[in-house]
Unconditional design. Structure first.
Length: 224
C-alpha cells in the first residue's frame, strides 16, 4: 500500500488553490449541523458520488473541524495523483485481499495515534441516486478494533438550482457511538450503517428538492 506523507506546508498551499476553486465552481455551499467536533479522533463516513467528495472533506476540515485527518483512497487514483499523500491520503487496493487488511490496519493505527480517518464505505464512486449504497465492511472493522472512536456520518448532495453553477448541500449527522452497536456482527454493523446512510441521504435529497434551506448556513468562509 501507499502510506500518507502529510505536509503542513503543502496543506497550506493546497488550501490557497482549493478555496477559490470551490467558490468559483459552485453557486453556493450549504451546511446543516456542520460544526466542530471537540472529541478526537473520529471516523468520518459519507456517500461517494463525485471526485469533489474528498476535496470537500479537506475544505471542511480546514474551515470547521480542524482535525488531523487522513483519507483512504484507491491505489490507482493515488498513483495518478501522488500529491494527495501530502494531504493525508493513503491507498487501498480492493483487488488484493491481503492489501485490504493492510490498509485497514494502517487506518486503525492512525486512529489509535489520535488522528481522524475519512472513509467512503461504498468503496467506489457511484451515481448520486444509486441505491442501495452497498457498503463494504471497512468501517465496521474499524469500529470493532477502535471501539472508543465515534463515527461521524455526513451526506453530500450536488444539485442544480436556479443558478448557472451547481450547489453543494452538506448535512453532518449525529455521532454514532460504537458502544451501541458492539453486540452486532461485522456484517450486521455494515448493514446498519448502510441503511442509516441511505435514510440520511434520501432525507437530504428531499430537502434539496423542496428547496428548504431553513437550518442551513453558507459554508464559504473560514471561521476564526
Amino acid at each position: 500500500m501507499i502510506d500518507a506523507k502529510k505536509s503542513a506546508l503543502f496543506e497550506t498551499g493546497f488550501n490557497m488553490y482549493l478555496t477559490p476553486l470551490i467558490r468559483t465552481s459552485f453557486s453556493r455551499m450549504l451546511g446543516q449541523g456542520v460544526e466542530a467536533i471537540p472529541k478526537k479522533p473520529v471516523l468520518f463516513i459519507a456517500n461517494h458520488s463525485s471526485w469533489w467528495d474528498g476535496l470537500l472533506f479537506f475544505y471542511l476540515n480546514r474551515t470547521v473541524w480542524r482535525h488531523d485527518i487522513h483519507m483512504m483512497m484507491h491505489e490507482e487514483g493515488l498513483q495518478k495523483h501522488p500529491y494527495f499523500r501530502y494531504l493525508g491520503a493513503f491507498s487501498i487496493n480492493r483487488k488484493k485481499p491481503k492489501e485490504i487488511l493492510t490498509s485497514l490496519q494502517y487506518a486503525e493505527a492512525l486512529l489509535k495515534q489520535g488522528k481522524s480517518v475519512v472513509l467512503f464505505p461504498q468503496g467506489d464512486e457511484f451515481h448520486l441516486e444509486t441505491r442501495p449504497l452497498a457498503f463494504q465492511t471497512g468501517a465496521a472493522y474499524l469500529m470493532e478494533h477502535c471501539p472508543e472512536v465515534p463515527v461521524v456520518p455526513l451526506s453530500f448532495y450536488y444539485s442544480f438550482g436556479h443558478q448557472q453553477k451547481p450547489e453543494i448541500w452538506v448535512r453532518q449527522h449525529p455521532v454514532i457511538s460504537t458502544d451501541t452497536l458492539k453486540h452486532l456482527s461485522r456484517k450486521e454493523k455494515t448493514a446498519y450503517l448502510q441503511e442509516l446512510s441511505i435514510e440520511q441521504l434520501d432525507s437530504l435529497r428531499d430537502t434539496v428538492i423542496s428547496e428548504n434551506s431553513e437550518g442551513f448556513r453558507p459554508l464559504g468562509k473560514r471561521r476564526r
